[in-house]
Design a protein around this ligand. Structure first.
Ligand code: NDP
Ligand code: GDR
Length: 356
């Protein structure tokens, strides 16, 4: 949908995050005017989007504008929306770490659940509910203790963390606003997606950073939590295209976006070591399990229970047939290519800056 002069104006909450940065890049290439909500932080939090300014040093120029705001502050959201009058809003902002949500449960609900409600209400306050198309970053974590495999749009939810419970509230709020106010609002139920820009404390990026350090002789061994959990991992660059496609349809709807392949954390580790031409063999079990470099006695991975979650999501595997048929979407990057892409990037990063 476009405004009177047919200009596409996108507002992205969470623009400084992994997905926000790829989505901003994607929309700028499509000639959108892109606006992003950023939080005030005591250090620079725009490293993932710096290259999108016309001048990355002065942070000036280009077709991207940043606005201070916060998902916990309704008035900031109303001000931004009334000023820029977006044609599309992508709600990507979240306290997105599942393990951290057990420690910050109330805050996670404030941002991820009520934040979504605030944003939808801000659109209504500005009288734009029938002009804006809205994308909500829903998640495969909604399936939690899975009731059916693979998971599709019709699989029942069973959230297993404060994060997933908050996202469940947001998911239903989006559907309720669609039905109550005829808003064009979609849930993208995205399975895990990673990239060289993935936050350093998520398991994939933690592994590729640590294996890169081992490759460069900067470290010997690292610790992980549950090696058995399985995830359906794709590449973030493929997944942001699906977000946009959802908003280009005639009808608002909800879609699962997934690769359709599941791999364990253990397999991710093995694939990362393959990139540096080393093989890992596993000995022991449970807390005593250790990953040893083949042909040596050097332990490379140890299990530490401090990374376990009070309730774990054991296995996720998505069925994205609906998106493949209706959106004509399919992922291009395979699991192997994803790991290679992240490994190459982290080796380069560590070579430039060993303390990164
Ligand atoms: P990130 O953690 O990389 O980015 C989260 C973004 O939200 C950052 O820009 C962060 O700002 C911002 N943010 C956090 N709290 C607030 C707040 N109170 N007000 C305003 N902005 C805030 O997440 P991803 O890019 O990986 O994920 C994007 C969205 O998709 C999230 O909602 C996530 O829950 C969801 N999701 C992610 C999946 C994945 O595999 N990546 C899968 C399914 C869903 P700052 O940079 O300042 O911290
Ligand atoms: P997830 O991603 O919880 O699926 O949420 P994460 O990478 O944190 O965990 C995946 C699995 O790996 C296991 N694990 C570890 N996890 C972390 N972070 N650190 C470790 O050391 C470690 N060892 C093992 C976890 O127990 C888990 O089973 C991500 C986020 O992006 C959410 O915002 C998003 O909604 C979902 O993906 C889909």
């Amino acid at each position: 949908m476009s405004s009177g002069d047919n200009k596409n104006i996108a507002l992205i909450t969470g623009i400084t995050g992994q997905d926000g940065s790829y989505l901003a890049e994607f929309l700028l290439k499509k000639d959108y005017e892109v606006h992003g909500v950023i939080r005030r932080a005591s250090t620079f939090n725009t490293t993932r989007i710096e290259h999108l300014y016309a001048d990355r040093y002065t942070h000036k120029g280009g077709k991207m504008t940043l606005h201070y705001g916060d998902m916990t502050d309704s008035s900031s959201l109303v001000k931004i929306i009334s000023k820029i009058k977006p044609t599309e809003i992508y709600n990507l902002a979240a306290q997105s770490h599942v393990k951290v949500s057990f420690d910050l449960s109330e805050y996670t609900a404030e941002v991820d659940a009520l934040g979504t409600l605030r944003l939808l209400d801000a659109i209504r306050t500005c009288g734009l509910e029938n002009q804006v198309k809205f994308y909500q970053a829903s998640t495969s974590e909604l399936y939690g203790k899975v009731q059916e495999t693979p998971q599709s749009e019709t699989t029942p939810f069973y959230p297993r963390s404060p994060y997933a419970c908050a996202k469940l509230y947001a998911y239903w709020t989006v559907i309720n606003y669609r039905e109550a106010y005829n808003m064009f609002a979609c849930n993208g139920i995205l399975f895990n997606h990673e990239s060289p820009r993935r936050g350093e404390t998520f398991v994939t990026r933690k592994i590729t950073r640590e294996v890169a350090k081992i490759h460069l002789g900067l470290s010997e061994c690292f610790e992980l939590g549950n090696l058995d959990s399985q995830r359906d991992w794709g590449h973030a660059e493929d997944y942001v295209q699906a977000m946009w496609l959802m908003l280009q349809q005639n009808e608002a709807d909800d879609y699962v976006i997934a690769s359709g392949e599941a791999h364990s954390v253990r397999e991710f580790v093995e694939e990362a070591f393959k990139c540096i031409k080393k093989k890992i063999v596993w000995i022991g079990s449970g807390l005593k399990e250790v990953g040893i470099e083949e042909g040596t006695n050097i332990p490379r991975i140890k299990v530490n229970p401090k990374y376990f979650r009070p309730t774990e999501v054991d296995m996720l595997l998505g069925n994205s047939t609906k998106a493949r048929n209706k959106l004509n979407w399919s992922p291009k990057v395979t699991f192997k290519k994803l790991v290679e892409n992240m490994m190459e990037s982290d080796i380069q990063l560590m070579q430039k800056n060993p303390s990164a």
